[in-house]
Design a protein around this ligand. Structure first.
Ligand code: MN
Length: 288
């Protein structure tokens, strides 16, 4: 199990300098892995990311949320094609920096929709994602779709919903669970992990307000017990946002209006220790 940190803890600018400093800060905070935001994959400097990862001895992954103009869960085929192109670029960047996973809101735009997804929109989304999986397979990148709350997607909002979508796609997609979203939509922090089972390939650890772990209402204890029960061994990545660090597209899409922390180094070191402590404690359950 690799414990990681989302790049937005460190900076909102992912040019070569931002990539380097975020990677070094992730290492300094004690993590094993950094997740790079790939909101603009065409301009992401994958060669610099690869060098930074090598120098720091870290693993890397990539994530993004699609926008309205690249919404693959649309009936507008121009948007679907633009989304497909963007996702292909994102897979290619992850492969270029030697990453193992592409994840995030890949199944739709990351925004509040005014109506449920239509069957045609879901078909378009599932078809594109199955092509993205094929492209990832060819370059050794595993692709997972993130289960997010109702204000950020209308395709599915629970682990079981994601399983239905994946069955419909017929593709070897992974499920990406996030404790922040589970806390809003799921009936507990335990059953969804068991329901998703070995389809679970990526995990985000976020607090109910997306700030310091342990200061909100997420039941982390139960969630880590569930990961232990299913012998989950994929990435477990801390995700937190504050208005102190701004990436214009992502910050607005997620509604990050409040300043919940200023010091990313303190936040990151705390999260690394919190997650490792929870994983260690859950392991002792088998002794009881
Ligand atoms: Mn997340």
């Amino acid at each position: 199990m690799r414990i990681g940190c989302h790049g937005l803890v460190w900076t909102g600018v992912f040019d070569a300098k931002g990539i380097r400093s975020a990677t070094e800060s992730t290492r300094a905070a004690g993590f094993d892995l950094i997740e790079y935001p790939l909101m603009s994959p065409s301009t992401f400097d994958a060669r610099e990311a690869r060098r930074a990862l090598d120098d720091c001895g870290l693993a890397g992954t990539g994530s993004l949320g699609l926008g309205p103009e690249t919404d693959v869960a649309s009936e507008d085929l121009a948007r679907v094609r633009a989304g497909r192109d963007l996702l292909f670029q994102a897979v290619d960047r992850v492969a270029e920096f030697g990453g193992s996973h592409l994840c995030g809101v890949l199944q739709s735009a990351m925004r509040k929709y005014g109506a449920p997804a239509t069957p045609a929109a879901v078909d378009n989304s599932a078809k594109v994602l199955s092509e993205v999986v094929d492209r990832g397979r060819a370059s050794g990148v595993s692709v997972s779709v993130e289960v997010v709350n109702r204000y950020e997607s209308n395709v599915f909002n629970t682990g079981r919903g994601a399983l239905e979508y994946i069955a419909h796609s017929g593709a070897d997609l992974g499920v990406h669970l996030d404790t922040y979203h589970m806390n809003i939509e799921e009936s507990s922090m335990f059953e969804p992990v068991l329901d998703v089972g070995d389809r679970l390939r990526y995990v985000h650890i976020g607090e109910s307000h997306r700030g310091y772990l342990g200061t909100g209402s997420v039941d982390f204890k139960t969630f880590f017990h569930a990961l232990h029960r299913t012998a989950y061994d994929g990435p477990v990545v801390f995700e937190s946002f504050s208005s102190a660090v701004v990436e214009p597209t992502l910050t607005s899409a997620l509604g990050i209006w409040r300043n919940l922390w200023d010091d990313g180094a303190d936040l990151g070191a705390h999260a690394n220790s919190f997650i490792r402590g929870a994983v260690t404690a859950a392991r002792t359950i088998s002794l009881h």
